[in-house]
Design a binder for this molecule. Structure first.
Ligand code: HEC
Ligand code: HEC
Length: 404
Protein backbone atom coordinates (compact mmCIF):
# COMPACT_ATOMS: atom_id res chain seq x y z
CA UNK A 1 0.00 0.00 0.00
CA UNK A 2 2.65 2.34 1.17
CA UNK A 3 4.57 1.57 -1.82
CA UNK A 4 1.51 1.76 -3.94
CA UNK A 5 0.49 4.95 -2.19
CA UNK A 6 3.87 6.43 -2.50
CA UNK A 7 4.01 5.20 -6.05
CA UNK A 8 0.58 6.71 -6.52
CA UNK A 9 1.61 9.95 -4.85
CA UNK A 10 4.95 10.42 -6.39
CA UNK A 11 3.80 10.91 -9.95
CA UNK A 12 0.98 13.17 -8.83
CA UNK A 13 3.20 15.39 -6.69
CA UNK A 14 5.84 15.18 -9.44
CA UNK A 15 3.21 16.39 -11.95
CA UNK A 16 2.27 19.32 -9.74
CA UNK A 17 5.92 20.32 -9.39
CA UNK A 18 6.33 20.06 -13.13
CA UNK A 19 3.16 22.10 -13.58
CA UNK A 20 4.43 24.75 -11.17
CA UNK A 21 7.75 24.92 -13.01
CA UNK A 22 5.98 25.08 -16.33
CA UNK A 23 3.83 27.93 -15.05
CA UNK A 24 6.88 29.75 -13.69
CA UNK A 25 8.69 29.12 -16.97
CA UNK A 26 5.75 30.46 -18.92
CA UNK A 27 5.61 33.60 -16.78
CA UNK A 28 9.34 34.15 -17.22
CA UNK A 29 9.04 33.51 -20.96
CA UNK A 30 6.16 35.98 -21.22
CA UNK A 31 8.07 38.58 -19.25
CA UNK A 32 11.13 38.08 -21.44
CA UNK A 33 9.02 38.27 -24.58
CA UNK A 34 7.37 41.46 -23.38
CA UNK A 35 10.78 42.97 -22.65
CA UNK A 36 12.04 41.85 -26.05
CA UNK A 37 9.02 43.38 -27.77
CA UNK A 38 9.49 46.59 -25.85
CA UNK A 39 13.11 46.76 -26.95
CA UNK A 40 12.41 45.77 -30.57
CA UNK A 41 9.37 48.01 -30.93
CA UNK A 42 10.38 50.82 -33.27
CA UNK A 43 10.29 54.31 -31.84
CA UNK A 44 6.91 55.74 -32.83
CA UNK A 45 6.99 58.18 -35.76
CA UNK A 46 8.01 61.69 -34.84
CA UNK A 47 4.98 63.90 -34.37
CA UNK A 48 4.58 66.48 -37.11
CA UNK A 49 3.73 70.05 -36.15
CA UNK A 50 0.72 71.57 -37.97
CA UNK A 51 3.12 73.57 -40.16
CA UNK A 52 5.01 70.39 -41.07
CA UNK A 53 1.75 68.60 -41.89
CA UNK A 54 0.94 71.41 -44.35
CA UNK A 55 4.41 71.01 -45.89
CA UNK A 56 3.88 67.25 -46.28
CA UNK A 57 0.50 67.84 -47.94
CA UNK A 58 2.22 70.22 -50.42
CA UNK A 59 4.48 67.35 -51.58
CA UNK A 60 1.78 65.20 -53.20
CA UNK A 61 0.21 64.40 -55.62
CA UNK A 62 2.18 65.15 -58.80
CA UNK A 63 -0.40 66.77 -61.10
CA UNK A 64 -0.19 67.35 -64.85
CA UNK A 65 2.67 69.72 -65.74
CA UNK A 66 1.82 73.41 -66.09
CA UNK A 67 0.97 74.60 -69.62
CA UNK A 68 3.83 75.77 -71.84
CA UNK A 69 2.53 78.68 -73.94
CA UNK A 70 5.89 78.91 -75.77
CA UNK A 71 5.04 75.56 -77.41
CA UNK A 72 1.70 75.44 -79.24
CA UNK A 73 2.20 71.67 -79.73
CA UNK A 74 2.98 70.96 -76.05
CA UNK A 75 -0.16 68.95 -75.39
CA UNK A 76 -0.84 67.56 -78.85
CA UNK A 77 -0.97 63.74 -78.93
CA UNK A 78 0.16 63.70 -82.58
CA UNK A 79 3.19 65.81 -81.67
CA UNK A 80 3.97 63.51 -78.72
CA UNK A 81 3.79 60.43 -80.96
CA UNK A 82 6.18 61.95 -83.51
CA UNK A 83 8.44 63.24 -80.70
CA UNK A 84 8.59 59.76 -79.20
CA UNK A 85 9.71 58.31 -82.54
CA UNK A 86 12.53 60.87 -82.75
CA UNK A 87 13.52 60.28 -79.11
CA UNK A 88 14.27 56.60 -79.77
CA UNK A 89 15.86 57.04 -83.23
CA UNK A 90 19.66 56.66 -83.32
CA UNK A 91 19.60 57.82 -86.95
CA UNK A 92 19.77 61.35 -85.57
CA UNK A 93 23.45 60.99 -84.62
CA UNK A 94 26.66 61.36 -86.59
CA UNK A 95 27.49 57.63 -86.56
CA UNK A 96 23.96 56.25 -86.22
CA UNK A 97 24.52 54.86 -82.69
CA UNK A 98 23.21 57.51 -80.29
CA UNK A 99 19.60 58.48 -79.60
CA UNK A 100 18.13 60.50 -76.76
CA UNK A 101 17.26 57.14 -75.17
CA UNK A 102 20.92 56.06 -75.17
CA UNK A 103 21.37 58.37 -72.16
CA UNK A 104 17.76 58.69 -71.01
CA UNK A 105 17.07 54.94 -70.74
CA UNK A 106 13.44 54.18 -69.81
CA UNK A 107 14.48 51.09 -67.80
CA UNK A 108 16.93 53.23 -65.77
CA UNK A 109 14.34 55.85 -64.79
CA UNK A 110 15.29 57.79 -67.96
CA UNK A 111 18.88 58.17 -66.80
CA UNK A 112 21.95 56.05 -67.65
CA UNK A 113 23.59 54.80 -64.45
CA UNK A 114 26.86 56.56 -65.32
CA UNK A 115 28.70 59.27 -63.37
CA UNK A 116 28.95 61.45 -66.49
CA UNK A 117 27.15 61.01 -69.82
CA UNK A 118 28.58 59.04 -72.74
CA UNK A 119 27.40 59.69 -76.29
CA UNK A 120 29.76 60.11 -79.21
CA UNK A 121 32.22 61.30 -76.56
CA UNK A 122 32.29 61.71 -72.80
CA UNK A 123 30.45 64.66 -71.28
CA UNK A 124 31.16 66.60 -68.08
CA UNK A 125 27.87 66.13 -66.30
CA UNK A 126 25.60 63.42 -64.94
CA UNK A 127 22.53 62.56 -67.04
CA UNK A 128 19.42 63.70 -65.17
CA UNK A 129 16.10 61.94 -65.58
CA UNK A 130 13.43 63.51 -67.79
CA UNK A 131 10.63 62.13 -65.58
CA UNK A 132 8.56 65.11 -64.31
CA UNK A 133 11.02 67.56 -65.94
CA UNK A 134 8.06 69.33 -67.55
CA UNK A 135 7.35 70.88 -64.13
CA UNK A 136 10.60 72.86 -64.35
CA UNK A 137 11.10 76.36 -65.69
CA UNK A 138 14.81 76.02 -66.52
CA UNK A 139 16.32 72.88 -68.03
CA UNK A 140 19.60 70.99 -67.46
CA UNK A 141 21.73 71.31 -64.33
CA UNK A 142 22.65 74.93 -65.10
CA UNK A 143 19.31 75.87 -66.68
CA UNK A 144 20.75 77.03 -69.99
CA UNK A 145 17.45 76.31 -71.78
CA UNK A 146 14.24 78.12 -70.85
CA UNK A 147 11.87 75.59 -72.42
CA UNK A 148 11.84 71.86 -72.95
CA UNK A 149 11.74 72.29 -76.72
CA UNK A 150 14.76 74.60 -76.80
CA UNK A 151 16.62 72.12 -74.57
CA UNK A 152 15.76 69.23 -76.91
CA UNK A 153 17.70 70.90 -79.74
CA UNK A 154 21.02 71.03 -77.84
CA UNK A 155 21.94 67.30 -77.75
CA UNK A 156 21.74 66.98 -81.56
CA UNK A 157 24.34 69.73 -81.94
CA UNK A 158 26.68 68.69 -79.13
CA UNK A 159 29.82 66.96 -80.46
CA UNK A 160 29.96 64.66 -77.40
CA UNK A 161 26.27 63.73 -77.59
CA UNK A 162 24.75 63.23 -81.08
CA UNK A 163 27.05 65.43 -83.19
CA UNK A 164 24.85 66.45 -86.14
CA UNK A 165 23.61 69.79 -87.52
CA UNK A 166 20.14 71.32 -87.61
CA UNK A 167 20.06 70.72 -91.33
CA UNK A 168 20.98 67.00 -90.86
CA UNK A 169 18.06 66.68 -88.43
CA UNK A 170 15.57 68.30 -90.83
CA UNK A 171 16.97 66.34 -93.78
CA UNK A 172 16.44 63.01 -91.97
CA UNK A 173 12.82 63.85 -91.14
CA UNK A 174 12.25 64.87 -94.76
CA UNK A 175 13.71 61.65 -96.22
CA UNK A 176 12.37 58.97 -93.84
CA UNK A 177 8.72 58.55 -94.90
CA UNK A 178 7.38 57.57 -91.45
CA UNK A 179 9.08 60.60 -89.89
CA UNK A 180 7.86 62.94 -92.64
CA UNK A 181 4.31 61.67 -92.06
CA UNK A 182 4.71 62.12 -88.29
CA UNK A 183 5.84 65.71 -88.78
CA UNK A 184 2.87 66.41 -91.05
CA UNK A 185 0.41 64.88 -88.57
CA UNK A 186 1.92 66.89 -85.71
CA UNK A 187 2.31 70.31 -87.36
CA UNK A 188 -0.58 70.18 -89.80
CA UNK A 189 1.58 70.85 -92.85
CA UNK A 190 4.42 69.49 -94.92
CA UNK A 191 7.98 69.89 -93.69
CA UNK A 192 9.15 71.31 -97.04
CA UNK A 193 6.92 74.37 -96.53
CA UNK A 194 8.84 75.32 -93.36
CA UNK A 195 12.16 77.18 -93.33
CA UNK A 196 14.90 74.99 -91.86
CA UNK A 197 15.13 76.70 -88.47
CA UNK A 198 11.33 76.64 -88.10
CA UNK A 199 11.30 72.92 -88.89
CA UNK A 200 14.13 72.34 -86.40
CA UNK A 201 12.22 74.22 -83.68
CA UNK A 202 9.05 72.26 -84.50
CA UNK A 203 10.92 68.95 -84.08
CA UNK A 204 12.06 70.20 -80.65
CA UNK A 205 8.47 71.11 -79.77
CA UNK A 206 7.35 67.57 -80.65
CA UNK A 207 10.14 66.05 -78.52
CA UNK A 208 8.94 68.26 -75.66
CA UNK A 209 5.33 67.11 -76.22
CA UNK A 210 6.52 63.52 -75.74
CA UNK A 211 8.65 64.40 -72.68
CA UNK A 212 5.66 66.08 -71.05
CA UNK A 213 3.97 62.66 -70.97
CA UNK A 214 6.86 61.09 -69.02
CA UNK A 215 5.66 61.36 -65.42
CA UNK A 216 6.33 59.56 -62.16
CA UNK A 217 3.78 57.03 -60.90
CA UNK A 218 2.05 56.91 -57.53
CA UNK A 219 4.28 55.80 -54.68
CA UNK A 220 3.74 54.56 -51.11
CA UNK A 221 4.50 58.15 -50.06
CA UNK A 222 1.55 59.43 -52.14
CA UNK A 223 -0.70 56.81 -50.52
CA UNK A 224 0.47 58.02 -47.11
CA UNK A 225 -0.28 61.67 -47.94
CA UNK A 226 -3.76 60.67 -49.15
CA UNK A 227 -4.28 58.87 -45.85
CA UNK A 228 -3.10 61.92 -43.87
CA UNK A 229 -5.43 64.14 -45.89
CA UNK A 230 -8.47 61.94 -45.29
CA UNK A 231 -7.53 61.08 -41.70
CA UNK A 232 -7.43 57.34 -42.47
CA UNK A 233 -5.16 56.06 -39.69
CA UNK A 234 -5.25 52.43 -40.83
CA UNK A 235 -4.03 53.34 -44.31
CA UNK A 236 -1.43 55.73 -42.86
CA UNK A 237 -0.05 52.99 -40.64
CA UNK A 238 0.93 50.85 -43.63
CA UNK A 239 3.62 53.42 -44.55
CA UNK A 240 6.90 52.13 -43.07
CA UNK A 241 7.81 53.81 -39.79
CA UNK A 242 11.38 54.48 -40.92
CA UNK A 243 10.01 56.38 -43.93
CA UNK A 244 7.61 58.35 -41.68
CA UNK A 245 10.50 59.37 -39.47
CA UNK A 246 12.63 60.23 -42.51
CA UNK A 247 9.80 62.38 -43.85
CA UNK A 248 9.60 64.22 -40.51
CA UNK A 249 13.34 64.96 -40.81
CA UNK A 250 12.89 66.03 -44.46
CA UNK A 251 10.32 68.69 -43.55
CA UNK A 252 11.80 69.35 -40.11
CA UNK A 253 15.31 69.27 -38.71
CA UNK A 254 16.91 68.20 -42.02
CA UNK A 255 15.66 71.34 -43.78
CA UNK A 256 15.55 69.49 -47.13
CA UNK A 257 12.16 70.95 -48.07
CA UNK A 258 13.61 74.46 -48.27
CA UNK A 259 15.04 73.50 -51.68
CA UNK A 260 13.38 70.14 -52.46
CA UNK A 261 9.85 71.57 -52.35
CA UNK A 262 6.61 71.05 -54.36
CA UNK A 263 5.31 67.63 -55.46
CA UNK A 264 8.40 67.01 -57.63
CA UNK A 265 10.63 67.94 -54.67
CA UNK A 266 12.49 70.73 -56.47
CA UNK A 267 12.14 74.50 -56.06
CA UNK A 268 13.36 74.91 -59.66
CA UNK A 269 16.05 77.31 -58.44
CA UNK A 270 19.84 77.28 -58.38
CA UNK A 271 21.99 76.60 -55.34
CA UNK A 272 25.57 75.73 -54.53
CA UNK A 273 25.54 72.92 -51.99
CA UNK A 274 29.32 72.50 -52.20
CA UNK A 275 29.51 68.88 -53.36
CA UNK A 276 33.22 68.18 -53.69
CA UNK A 277 34.51 67.63 -57.19
CA UNK A 278 35.80 64.21 -58.13
CA UNK A 279 39.31 65.66 -57.82
CA UNK A 280 38.50 67.31 -54.49
CA UNK A 281 39.35 70.80 -55.76
CA UNK A 282 37.25 73.90 -56.28
CA UNK A 283 34.36 73.14 -58.63
CA UNK A 284 35.43 73.67 -62.23
CA UNK A 285 31.79 73.77 -63.20
CA UNK A 286 30.61 77.39 -62.99
CA UNK A 287 27.00 76.24 -63.37
CA UNK A 288 24.25 78.86 -63.49
CA UNK A 289 26.66 81.82 -63.68
CA UNK A 290 27.71 80.99 -67.24
CA UNK A 291 24.33 79.62 -68.37
CA UNK A 292 22.57 82.97 -68.08
CA UNK A 293 24.43 84.40 -71.08
CA UNK A 294 23.78 81.18 -72.98
CA UNK A 295 20.02 81.17 -72.46
CA UNK A 296 19.70 84.89 -73.20
CA UNK A 297 21.53 84.57 -76.53
CA UNK A 298 19.82 81.31 -77.62
CA UNK A 299 17.90 82.00 -80.87
CA UNK A 300 15.41 79.35 -79.73
CA UNK A 301 14.68 80.89 -76.32
CA UNK A 302 11.20 81.82 -75.07
CA UNK A 303 11.63 85.45 -76.21
CA UNK A 304 12.81 84.53 -79.71
CA UNK A 305 11.02 84.39 -83.05
CA UNK A 306 10.32 80.61 -82.81
CA UNK A 307 8.57 80.93 -79.48
CA UNK A 308 4.77 80.80 -79.49
CA UNK A 309 4.68 83.31 -76.62
CA UNK A 310 7.59 85.72 -77.23
CA UNK A 311 6.08 88.26 -74.84
CA UNK A 312 4.87 85.76 -72.26
CA UNK A 313 5.97 85.20 -68.65
CA UNK A 314 8.87 82.91 -69.51
CA UNK A 315 10.21 85.38 -72.08
CA UNK A 316 10.08 88.14 -69.48
CA UNK A 317 11.92 85.98 -66.95
CA UNK A 318 14.63 85.10 -69.45
CA UNK A 319 15.16 88.73 -70.43
CA UNK A 320 15.31 89.81 -66.80
CA UNK A 321 17.98 87.31 -65.68
CA UNK A 322 21.02 88.87 -64.02
CA UNK A 323 24.44 87.30 -63.89
CA UNK A 324 24.95 87.59 -60.13
CA UNK A 325 28.16 86.37 -58.48
CA UNK A 326 26.29 84.10 -56.05
CA UNK A 327 25.22 82.00 -59.03
CA UNK A 328 28.84 80.89 -59.54
CA UNK A 329 28.83 77.07 -59.38
CA UNK A 330 25.11 76.87 -58.58
CA UNK A 331 23.01 74.13 -60.20
CA UNK A 332 19.25 73.56 -60.28
CA UNK A 333 17.80 71.59 -57.40
CA UNK A 334 17.05 68.15 -58.88
CA UNK A 335 13.71 66.43 -58.36
CA UNK A 336 13.93 63.61 -55.83
CA UNK A 337 10.91 61.70 -57.15
CA UNK A 338 13.21 59.34 -59.08
CA UNK A 339 16.24 59.40 -56.78
CA UNK A 340 15.56 55.72 -55.91
CA UNK A 341 16.66 54.81 -59.46
CA UNK A 342 19.12 57.41 -60.77
CA UNK A 343 22.44 56.66 -59.01
CA UNK A 344 25.11 57.95 -59.15
CA UNK A 345 24.08 61.34 -57.79
CA UNK A 346 24.84 65.06 -58.16
CA UNK A 347 25.81 67.04 -61.27
CA UNK A 348 28.95 65.01 -61.90
CA UNK A 349 27.91 61.71 -60.30
CA UNK A 350 30.07 62.39 -57.25
CA UNK A 351 28.10 60.11 -54.88
CA UNK A 352 27.27 56.45 -55.50
CA UNK A 353 24.39 55.96 -53.05
CA UNK A 354 21.61 57.90 -51.36
CA UNK A 355 23.33 57.04 -48.06
CA UNK A 356 26.45 58.92 -49.22
CA UNK A 357 24.35 61.93 -50.28
CA UNK A 358 22.56 62.10 -46.93
CA UNK A 359 25.84 61.63 -45.04
CA UNK A 360 27.25 64.58 -46.99
CA UNK A 361 24.34 66.85 -46.01
CA UNK A 362 24.61 65.65 -42.42
CA UNK A 363 28.32 66.40 -42.00
CA UNK A 364 29.16 68.68 -44.98
CA UNK A 365 32.45 66.77 -44.99
CA UNK A 366 34.65 67.92 -47.85
CA UNK A 367 32.19 70.66 -48.87
CA UNK A 368 33.87 73.18 -51.13
CA UNK A 369 33.57 76.91 -51.77
CA UNK A 370 31.26 77.62 -48.88
CA UNK A 371 32.55 81.20 -48.88
CA UNK A 372 30.60 84.44 -48.86
CA UNK A 373 29.06 83.64 -52.26
CA UNK A 374 27.84 80.24 -51.25
CA UNK A 375 24.69 78.79 -49.86
CA UNK A 376 23.86 80.05 -46.41
CA UNK A 377 21.06 77.56 -45.93
CA UNK A 378 23.31 74.61 -45.17
CA UNK A 379 24.90 73.70 -41.84
CA UNK A 380 25.90 70.28 -40.48
CA UNK A 381 22.74 68.57 -39.22
CA UNK A 382 24.06 66.38 -36.42
CA UNK A 383 21.85 63.42 -37.33
CA UNK A 384 22.50 59.94 -35.93
CA UNK A 385 23.28 57.02 -38.25
CA UNK A 386 19.69 55.79 -37.71
CA UNK A 387 18.32 59.17 -38.76
CA UNK A 388 20.47 59.16 -41.91
CA UNK A 389 19.00 55.74 -42.75
CA UNK A 390 15.48 57.07 -42.12
CA UNK A 391 15.99 59.89 -44.63
CA UNK A 392 17.09 57.27 -47.16
CA UNK A 393 14.02 55.15 -46.32
CA UNK A 394 11.84 58.17 -47.04
CA UNK A 395 13.55 58.84 -50.41
CA UNK A 396 13.14 55.17 -51.36
CA UNK A 397 9.42 55.32 -50.52
CA UNK A 398 9.02 57.62 -53.54
CA UNK A 399 9.53 54.65 -55.86
CA UNK A 400 6.24 54.07 -57.66
CA UNK A 401 4.33 50.98 -56.62
CA UNK A 402 4.71 48.30 -59.29
CA UNK A 403 1.87 48.12 -61.76
CA UNK A 404 0.73 51.70 -61.38
C1 HEC B 1 25.14 61.63 -74.39
C2 HEC B 1 24.04 61.50 -73.49
C3 HEC B 1 22.79 62.28 -73.78
C4 HEC B 1 22.03 62.29 -74.93
C5 HEC B 1 22.31 61.55 -76.22
C6 HEC B 1 20.90 63.13 -74.64
N1 HEC B 1 20.98 63.62 -73.37
FE1 HEC B 1 19.60 64.76 -72.47
N2 HEC B 1 20.89 65.13 -70.97
C7 HEC B 1 22.14 64.57 -70.85
C8 HEC B 1 22.90 65.30 -69.84
C9 HEC B 1 24.32 65.01 -69.40
C10 HEC B 1 22.06 66.32 -69.39
C11 HEC B 1 22.45 67.42 -68.40
C12 HEC B 1 23.19 68.46 -69.22
C13 HEC B 1 23.79 69.57 -68.43
O1 HEC B 1 23.33 69.88 -67.33
O2 HEC B 1 24.74 70.19 -68.91
C14 HEC B 1 20.80 66.17 -70.10
C15 HEC B 1 19.66 66.95 -69.84
C16 HEC B 1 18.45 66.73 -70.48
C17 HEC B 1 17.20 67.33 -70.09
C18 HEC B 1 16.98 68.26 -68.91
C19 HEC B 1 16.20 67.60 -67.82
C20 HEC B 1 15.92 68.56 -66.69
O3 HEC B 1 15.14 68.20 -65.80
O4 HEC B 1 16.45 69.68 -66.69
C21 HEC B 1 16.25 66.91 -71.00
C22 HEC B 1 14.77 67.27 -70.99
C23 HEC B 1 16.91 66.07 -71.95
N3 HEC B 1 18.25 65.95 -71.58
C24 HEC B 1 16.33 65.52 -73.08
C25 HEC B 1 17.08 64.97 -74.13
C26 HEC B 1 16.58 64.78 -75.48
C27 HEC B 1 15.21 65.16 -75.99
C28 HEC B 1 17.59 64.19 -76.18
C29 HEC B 1 17.64 63.82 -77.65
C30 HEC B 1 17.37 64.89 -78.60
C31 HEC B 1 18.71 64.02 -75.24
N4 HEC B 1 18.36 64.53 -74.02
C32 HEC B 1 19.90 63.41 -75.57
C33 HEC B 1 22.61 63.49 -71.56
C34 HEC B 1 22.12 63.16 -72.81
C1 HEC C 1 20.17 74.75 -50.34
C2 HEC C 1 19.25 73.93 -51.11
C3 HEC C 1 19.22 72.45 -50.79
C4 HEC C 1 18.96 71.86 -49.58
C5 HEC C 1 18.65 72.52 -48.24
C6 HEC C 1 19.01 70.42 -49.80
N1 HEC C 1 19.29 70.17 -51.14
FE1 HEC C 1 19.54 68.35 -51.98
N2 HEC C 1 20.19 69.22 -53.68
C7 HEC C 1 20.25 70.57 -53.92
C8 HEC C 1 21.02 70.81 -55.12
C9 HEC C 1 21.32 72.17 -55.73
C10 HEC C 1 21.44 69.55 -55.57
C11 HEC C 1 22.37 69.27 -56.75
C12 HEC C 1 23.79 69.54 -56.25
C13 HEC C 1 24.89 69.23 -57.23
O1 HEC C 1 24.73 68.42 -58.11
O2 HEC C 1 25.96 69.86 -57.10
C14 HEC C 1 20.88 68.57 -54.66
C15 HEC C 1 21.01 67.20 -54.82
C16 HEC C 1 20.40 66.26 -54.00
C17 HEC C 1 20.34 64.84 -54.26
C18 HEC C 1 20.88 64.13 -55.50
C19 HEC C 1 19.79 64.00 -56.54
C20 HEC C 1 20.31 63.58 -57.89
O3 HEC C 1 19.47 63.20 -58.72
O4 HEC C 1 21.52 63.63 -58.16
C21 HEC C 1 19.68 64.26 -53.21
C22 HEC C 1 19.36 62.79 -53.04
C23 HEC C 1 19.36 65.32 -52.29
N3 HEC C 1 19.79 66.52 -52.79
C24 HEC C 1 18.69 65.14 -51.08
C25 HEC C 1 18.60 66.14 -50.10
C26 HEC C 1 18.23 65.91 -48.72
C27 HEC C 1 17.87 64.55 -48.15
C28 HEC C 1 18.29 67.11 -48.09
C29 HEC C 1 18.08 67.39 -46.62
C30 HEC C 1 19.01 66.71 -45.72
C31 HEC C 1 18.68 68.10 -49.08
N4 HEC C 1 18.86 67.47 -50.28
C32 HEC C 1 18.81 69.46 -48.83
C33 HEC C 1 19.71 71.55 -53.11
C34 HEC C 1 19.43 71.38 -51.75
Amino acid sequence: MNRAASEGMAPSSGRSIVRRWLLLGAIIALALEAARLRMAAPTPPAELTPVQVRLVLSMSPVLAPPPDPTNRLADSPAAAAFGEAVFFDAGFSADGTVSCATCHVPALAFSDGLAVAKGLGTGKRNTPTIIDSAHQRWFTWDGRADSMWAQALHPFLSPVEMGITASDVVQRVRTVPALAAGYRAASGHDLSTDPEDTAFATIGKCLAAYERTVASGRSPFDEYVDALRSGDQDAASTYPIAAQRGLALFVGRGGCIRCHSSPVLSDGEFHLVGVPDAAGVLPQDVGRFQAIGVVQSDPFNAAGSHSDAPNGDQARLTRALLKQPELWGAVRTPSLRTAWGTAPYMHAGQFQTLGEVVHFYNTLEGAVALDHHAERMLAPLGLTADEEAELVAFLESLQPTAGR
